[in-house]
Design a binder for this molecule. Structure first.
Ligand SMILES: [Zn+2]
Ligand SMILES: [Zn+2]
Ligand SMILES: [Zn+2]
Ligand SMILES: [Zn+2]
Length: 717
């Protein structure tokens, strides 16, 4: 069976159904019906696969912003990024959101530009808003001195990665089909805990892995081998890359004349090639920050590619010498090429040039040009507000600063896309009606990757599910921060992480609404096929419910915060003769928990920040339980009243052995024995009403920990 529009061979569902050759396809729903609908459909309209965009919106060069413009034109004209950011833009522009955090303002400005480039609603864009917002958070990038497109590239992809970053345990990636043999999904407190407070701890960090759509586009893996030249010990480390930065090999003396000649005629035969630059990259380099177990400091490092990215971004180092730009012409492939020689590895490695960036020094500053491939395989040059079609010869002779190669899809992938997309659109338009229990959701972000990338990566859905394998009440891909929501809306959504959790416990809930909005619906059999093909899961069936247990637990935590705050309020202005030392790290974590400081919460999260574990003053004290000399007040510790201390210790425990009190000007150190400590220090007692509150506070947290199988002292992850 051949597609009427693009003449591509596609699967004949009916035939697969009858012969049963391939089990997977025979399970696809109602083959005959789909076939008829399918043919009917193609007489009406074309499928909306958009793999290339035709860029024709310029961006004004304001405040020497050209270096950033050139990168925006490459990134935001790449279909995966453009499609996803446009969807985010549509969500952000709904209603009168009052965006306060600078990161969200930058994101919104980037999304606005992406949307304008896609919709072509204007001929020329003014980037002033984006410049202003970036200047507020990243003044160094826009300051004086060399402005390099490569720096802008790194900034933008890091920014987008952070904004759309999720975290998952490493074991998730190891399961080939996780939904068959799945570990319980951990409570988000464990991830929050890790990322906010223990980021430096490498042993913990290695248990988790970040991911984002931007990483799926650019990230590949290098294997670095470090060899000790004394004992030959080898150390292998895998490093992620999002771009490869290449030196230009120095040309020998005898070639000086031909180099000069190259510059004039750009004779490609004698020029430095991209292969030459990569060969230099594979050469061993001396390692200086190295100490082998044998004591030798003499090491040698080599790099080789081990995993390939969907877009291979290459930076050619033309500004190694600050005062002089290296203008050596480097030739590079433009049309589809097998990169197995270039990348020094076997496999299906067909790439074609998607775009490139060129630097020009002019009077009045640096200018950058982006050249982008168009749908009809011609190229267009964008120099800020100037847009012109260019010839293949022009592209080939460009003095590239950055090159962007896109991995070319295999024809079988394209067939799968075609079949899936057909079903998707038939369901969209209501031409096929399936029952709820025959449908499943796939995340929108993944679906865009599937349509536009050679390797769409795993279908990650675990961030949408809770510990109980139900829909998380508060989590979805477009991470609007809750501050974006008007007060009216706050009453009806789960954006609020503490004040009052009002969630409808049915499928009208906002989380289910968001899931529908941010997912595509496909027959469950197809989703199952895709999860088996690409990995990931678990499947999210259309009949999924928002988890009522999680809502109840979150409401309990909200109640707990209220009780705790009422106790604190009662005692916070108390004066006491004796003041108590308390670890400032602990206090900060406690405050973040109790008041849900917004800056700490990147996500919409009804549980809010995790509570601290036991009070631990140990880091402040020496072996004799004396305050260490170098510890400073309000930097390492705080002083609190006896009343407050008693409240905190009775809620959180700990601290008893290491407390230290100050009476007037004389510093007294408590004894290290508990009994002595108690008789000496427990002069203040909570009243009956307080004790009931404390008990309830403790019970709520214990229940919650039990419910999610969290170890009692949350610090111990
Ligand atoms: Zn077609
Ligand atoms: Zn906008
Ligand atoms: Zn050694
Ligand atoms: Zn749950």
């Amino acid at each position: 069976m051949t597609c009427i529009i693009c003449k591509l061979e596609i699967l004949d569902f009916e035939q697969y159904g009858l012969t049963g050759n391939e089990d997977v396809f025979s399970q696809w729903i109602n083959p005959q019906r789909i076939r008829i609908e399918y043919l009917r459909y193609f007489q009406k309209q074309e499928l909306s696969i958009q793999r290339f965009n035709s860029p024709n919106v310029g961006i004004l060069n304001i405040a020497n912003f050209s270096f950033m413009n050139s990168v925006l034109q490459i990134l935001l004209n790449f279909p995966t990024i453009q499609q996803i950011l446009s969807k985010v833009h549509a969500e952000m522009e709904k209603g009168d959101f009052n965006v306060k955090s600078i990161k969200k303002i930058i994101l919104r400005n980037i999304c606005c530009i992406s949307d304008a480039l896609k919709s072509k609603s204007v001929k020329l864009l003014n980037p002033t808003e984006l410049i202003k917002s970036i200047a507020q958070s990243e003044s160094k990038l826009l300051g004086y001195g060399q402005k390099d497109a490569y720096e802008a590239f790194k900034y933008l992809i890091n920014f987008l990665h952070e904004e759309f970053r999720y975290t998952n345990s490493v074991s998730y990636w190891k399961n080939i089909i996780p939904f068959l043999n799945q570990e319980a999904i951990p409570h988000d407190w464990l991830l929050l805990q890790l990322y906010q407070f223990n980021r430096g701890d490498r042993s913990q960090a290695s248990k988790f892995r970040d991911y984002s759509f931007i990483q799926n586009v650019f990230s590949g893996e290098l294997q670095s081998t470090l060899q000790c030249l004394n004992c030959n010990r080898l150390t292998l480390v895998n490093e992620n890359y999002s771009a490869i930065s290449l030196e230009i090999p120095q040309i020998n003396e005898q070639n000086v004349i031909s180099k000069f000649f190259n510059k004039l005629t750009k004779d490609r035969q004698d020029a430095v090639t991209l292969q030459n630059c990569l060969d230099l990259f594979y050469e061993p380099i001396q390692e200086i920050n190295f100490l082998c177990l044998c004591g030798s400091r003499n090491g040698r490092r080599t790099y080789k590619f081990s995993k390939f990215s969907n877009i291979l971004a290459i930076h050619i180092q033309r500004f190694k010498n600050k005062h002089q730009k290296d203008q050596t012409y480097v030739s590079f492939p433009v049309e589809q090429t097998n990169f197995s020689n270039l990348l020094n590895m076997q496999g299906d490695l067909n790439y074609q040039l998607f775009g490139l960036i060129v630097h020009y020094s002019n009077v009045g500053g640096d200018h950058f040009e982006s050249i982008v491939r168009q749908p009809n395989n011609t190229f267009i040059s964008i120099r800020d507000d100037q847009i012109n079609p260019v010839t293949l010869k022009y592209v080939k002779e460009s003095e590239a600063l950055m090159l962007f190669y896109q991995k070319v899809d295999s024809p079988t992938n394209y067939k799968t896309i075609h079949n899936v997309l057909t079903q998707y659109e038939l369901i969209q338009t209501g031409e096929i009606v399936l029952k709820d229990d025959e449908l499943s959701f796939l995340p929108n972000f993944w679906f865009e990757q599937f349509l536009t990338l050679s390797n769409p990566q795993m279908i990650i859905t675990s961030h949408l599910l809770c510990f109980h394998n139900q829909l998380k009440p508060d989590y979805w891909d477009f991470r609007q921060s809750y501050e974006n929501v008007s007060s009216q809306e706050q009453m009806n959504t789960s954006f609020v992480c503490d004040q009052s959790i009002i969630l409808q416990q049915n499928n009208n809930s906002s989380s289910y609404f968001q899931l529908q909005l941010q997912s595509v619906q496909l027959p469950t059999a197809i989703c199952q096929f895709l999860v088996e093909k690409y990995g990931g899961g678990p499947l999210i069936q259309k009949t999924i419910q928002t988890c009522t247990v999680c809502i109840e637990q979150a409401q309990n935590m909200s109640k707990r915060r209220k009780l705790e705050r009422s106790l604190i309020q009662k005692y916070e202005n108390c004066q006491s003769d004796r003041q108590f030392i308390i670890n400032l790290d602990w206090i900060l974590m406690w405050q973040r928990y109790l008041y849900n400081s917004k800056s700490q919460l990147q996500k919409n999260f009804i549980f809010g920040n995790p509570p601290p574990g036991e009070i631990n003053n140990l880091p402040l004290l020496d072996g004799n339980h004396q305050l260490l000399q170098d510890k400073q007040i309000e930097k390492d510790y705080s002083l609190i009243s006896e009343q407050l201390w008693t409240v905190l210790v009775s809620i959180y425990g700990g601290g008893t052995l290491y407390q230290k009190c100050i009476v007037g000007p004389i510093i007294q150190v408590s004894s290290s024995s508990i009994e002595q400590g108690n008789s000496k220090l427990k002069a203040f007692d909570l009243d009956l009403e307080d004790n009931i509150k404390v008990k309830e506070i403790r019970i709520i947290l214990n229940q919650c920990f039990k419910m999610y199988n969290i170890c009692e002292n949350i610090d111990c992850i």
